[in-house]
Ligand binder design. Structure first.
Ligand SMILES: [Fe+2]
Ligand SMILES: [Fe+2]
Length: 207
């Protein structure tokens, strides 16, 4: 089995992080978190067949940010409506580009085709939330598939606990409180799986 696409996904993830804020490690930590969450969830429910691909597919969730000027991505706050619209387009751009890549593997390489296909799905939908308040489509309820809910849960948690140049990192406990009480739109069972995943050791080592 050829798995070179995982190395390729890692390279793309590093490229995105350098363009976004110069801080590497976010996507790699998400990979670890999602891998652990999938393992926890499997203990209680059957997961879709492609769940084995989710951890590495989340590496490129923000691929579309390469199409957004880094001055906008690095702006701490106060985006104009135009800038916010441009920023939110990273979902659409990412999905389009990765879908094209998936298409290139149609036929000869079913695993790579499936991998880039799920990566495209995550790139396009990782900011959707079951209460319909997400973007770009504002999908609601069951229209937001599990893979997208898992990706968003891990994404937000890592963004909060890693901090940014302009924002201090929260403790794990504080991050869960903010997710539940301030941000919202997370499933309880996924927050529980995330809690179990985040307790399994250091994610920030090697940053
Ligand atoms: Fe994103
Ligand atoms: Fe992210």
């Amino acid at each position: 089995m050829r798995l070179d696409f995982i190395a390729y996904a890692r390279l793309l993830a590093r490229t995105v992080s350098l363009h976004e804020d110069g801080a590497e490690g976010h996507s790699q930590r998400m990979e670890t978190l999602v891998e652990r969450m999938v393992a926890v969830l499997r203990q209680t429910e059957p997961l879709p067949e492609d769940a084995a691909l989710w951890p590495q597919a989340v590496l490129v969730h923000d691929f579309g940010k390469l199409f957004v000027p880094s001055q906008i991505l690095r702006k701490p706050q106060g985006l104009t409506p135009y800038e916010r619209g441009l920023m939110q387009q990273h979902t659409v751009m990412g999905r389009e580009e990765l879908s094209r890549l998936a298409g290139d593997f149609r036929g000869g390489a079913p695993l790579a085709h499936a991998f880039w296909g799920v990566a495209a799905k995550i790139a396009g939908g990782h900011h959707e939330r079951p209460d319909g308040m997400g973007y770009p489509l504002g999908l609601k309820g069951d229209a937001v598939p599990l893979v997208l809910r898992v990706a968003r849960t891990a994404d937000v948690y890592d963004a909060l606990t890693a901090g940014r140049a302009y924002r201090e990192a929260l403790t794990s406990e504080e991050a869960f409180r903010v997710m539940r009480e301030e941000i919202g739109g997370f499933d309880d069972d996924l927050l529980e799986a995330l809690a179990a995943a985040s307790e399994q050791g250091l994610l920030h080592a090697g940053d």
